[in-house]
Every structure is written in structure tokens, then in C-alpha cells.
Design a protein around this ligand. Structure first.
Ligand SMILES: Cc1cc2nc3c(=O)[nH]c(=O)nc-3n(C[C@H](O)[C@H](O)[C@H](O)COP(=O)(O)O)c2cc1C
Length: 303
């Protein structure tokens, strides 16, 4: 039941998504889970403290998680932390038979390229280029979401290719969810022309809002606008996976991400054309148990 993701061999298809592990402690805890791989980061060039106030919300009804909202704003220790911590994280992961992938973000194509190179040089097994964070705002204006800006997407992928040069490390692009297929087609066309090895679909759906009964927002920064994830995201992420599978050449892999809470969700993504999947909200809400339950339920379904 091993999973072949490009040139990578995984024990099974379920990994921990980006955003869950940003420190040595987070990563070493996650290496105790049953996940086959862990995506650490996202890392930016400079250290970031992230947004302030209430930045994460879980919506539960009748003991069921319906969705999460987050506006963390990419808190992380920056490239210095990547260089300091990733070699240790890789060792921990390898000792437990897992792969360690690093998610990177830049605020220009050049920064994306430099961060990707740092991840490669400090031992990552693979690099996820995060083109889909919706939660960085500067002076009240949302930063561009690269997934939705074709010219920037071209420039970012070109800069990553150039900086990675002859390094053979697998790298792939993480996209935001698309509701317009013609736009998804444009993004897929750009990825197909690049030297990326695959794509992850999807990051959170940006600019989502939940109000308490008194009309106040559950999230503090950016007028309450936040990234939607969890089960509410699954239908759109699943559709993006199926469409991307059809749009991209077979040599590109597709990783599914969005609302995976049990083994059937994993199977749904595999049926839609994903080779592997990532778990975010279930991990954010329940830690290792969240991802372990999914893996056990998936293994029972396929046995
Ligand atoms: C609290 C939280 C933090 C996140 N941080 C990141 C991040 O740093 N980089 C990234 O690429 N995605 C980040 N994400 C998005 C997840 O990796 C994932 O794409 C998204 O949550 C959909 O998966 P899910 O429905 O399983 O949560 C974050 C998600 C959550 C809930």
C-alpha cells in the first residue's frame, strides 16, 4: 500500500499539511503520528509574529467539526529558523520512517526562489511552494494571492526553477481553491509548462466570515476575513483535484487537501485523481489523534 509520489516513496498516502508544524517541538510531536510525511512551515524569509487577537476558530455542531477559519498571517521563525531547525526535523522524520517536506513563501519571485533553495540545501525531502495564503494584509490591503495572479505565478515558478538549478529535489505548487474552471485551466497550464513535479489542491478559501449572534466576528484581524478550511472546503477542493488531474500531464502528481476527516474522505480524493492527501484542520483540532484516526479508518476501508 506504499504510495509513489513522483520519485518519493511514502508508506501510505496520508500526510500532515503545512501550517501545523513550525517548530522543532511541533515537528517531533508529529513524527510520533502515523502520518507518512509532514509538511513543515510555511517559512518566509523574515521572522513573522503573525496576526493578533482571535486568529483561529472551529465551528462544531453536534460533536461534528463543520469548518475552521484561520487568519494566522504566516507566523514563523523565518529563513534563520528553517536553516536551524529543518536538519533536525528531517532526522526525526527519517528515524520514524517519514518524509519531511518544507513549505515556503516569498513576497517576490526572488524570495520564493531563495526560500526554495534554502529548503533544498538544508535537507528537505521535497518542497511545497505555497502560492495560496490569503491571510497577509499590509496597511488594510490584502497581499496578492499568487494562485489567482497568472503573471506572478509564472514569475514565481520561473524563479524557483532558476534557483534550484540542477538540484533534483521534488517540488510542487500549492494552489488556492478555484471556483472558475477557466482560471484553474490557466494556472494548470502555467504549472504544466514549469519544472514543478506536481500540485497540492487546495489551500484555504480566503476572505470567509463567521459572525456570532451579536454580529461580532469570531476572527479579529482583517475585518474578520479568514481562510475557510475543514469539511466545508472539501467539495471545492475535491473538484479542483479532479479537474487538475485531467488538466495536467500524467508526469505531474496531484495532492488533495481540504476537509479530510476520515478514511472515506481519503478514498474520495484518491478516486478524484490524487496520489496522496494532506490533513490540516483535523490535525489542528485533535493533533496526532486527528490524523491517526483518519489513517486507521482508511486502512480499514482498503483492507
Ligand atoms: C491553523 C491553520 C494554519 C495554516 N497554515 C498554513 C501555512 O502556513 N501554509 C500553508 O500552505 N497552508 C496553511 N494552512 C492550510 C492547510 O495546510 C490546508 O491547506 C487547509 O487548511 C485545508 O485543509 P483542511 O481542510 O484539512 O484544513 C493552514 C490551515 C490552518 C487550519
Amino acid at each position: 500500500m506504499q504510495t509513489i509520489l513522483g520519485s518519493l516513496l511514502l508508506e501510505h498516502p496520508v500526510m500532515v499539511a503545512a501550517g501545523m508544524c513550525k517548530t522543532r517541538n511541533h515537528a517531533s510531536e508529529a513524527t510520533q503520528s502515523l502520518a507518512s510525511a509532514i509538511v513543515v512551515g510555511s517559512y518566509t524569509p523574515e521572522e513573522r509574529t503573525g496576526n493578533e487577537g482571535n486568529v483561529y476558530y472551529e465551528h462544531w455542531e453536534n460533536s461534528t467539526l463543520l469548518y475552521t477559519l484561520n487568519s494566522l498571517g504566516l507566523p514563523n521563525g523565518g529563513q534563520a529558523a528553517l536553516e536551524r531547525d529543518v536538519p533536525y526535523m528531517v532526522t526525526c522524520a527519517h528515524e520514524s520512517g517519514k518524509k519531511l517536506f518544507v513549505s515556503v513563501v516569498g513576497f517576490s519571485p526572488k524570495e520564493y526562489g531563495e526560500m526554495a533553495r534554502a529548503a533544498a540545501c538544508f535537507g528537505a525531502d521535497g518542497i511545497e511552494i505555497n502560492c495560496g495564503c490569503p491571510n497577509v494584509w499590509v496597511h488594510g490591503e490584502q497581499e496578492e494571492i499568487v494562485s489567482y495572479a497568472p503573471r506572478s505565478l509564472v514569475n514565481v515558478l520561473y524563479a524557483v526553477e532558476a534557483k534550484l538549478g540542477n538540484l533534483t529535489i521534488p517540488w510542487w505548487v500549492k494552489l488556492s481553491p478555484f471556483s472558475k474552471i477557466s482560471d484553474l485551466k490557466i494556472a494548470a497550464g502555467i504549472i504544466a509548462q514549469s519544472k514543478a513535479h506536481g500540485v497540492t489542491a487546495t489551500n484555504t478559501l480566503g476572505n470567509s466570515l463567521f459572525l456570532r449572534p451579536d454580529g461580532t466576528s469570531v476572527i479579529t484581524p482583517n475585518r474578520g476575513l479568514a481562510g475557510l478550511a475543514g469539511p466545508a472546503l472539501k467539495p471545492i477542493a475535491l473538484a479542483n483535484v479532479r479537474e487538475l488531474r485531467n488538466l495536467l500531464p500524467d508526469s505531474f502528481f496531484v495532492i488533495g487537501c481540504g476537509g479530510i476527516m476520515n478514511g472515506q474522505d481519503v478514498l474520495d480524493y484518491l478516486h478524484a485523481g490524487a496520489t496522496a492527501v494532506q490533513v490540516g484542520s483535523a490535525y489542528a483540532s485533535r493533533g496526532n489523534n486527528g490524523v491517526n484516526n483518519i489513517i486507521v479508518s482508511y486502512l480499514e476501508l482498503i483492507s
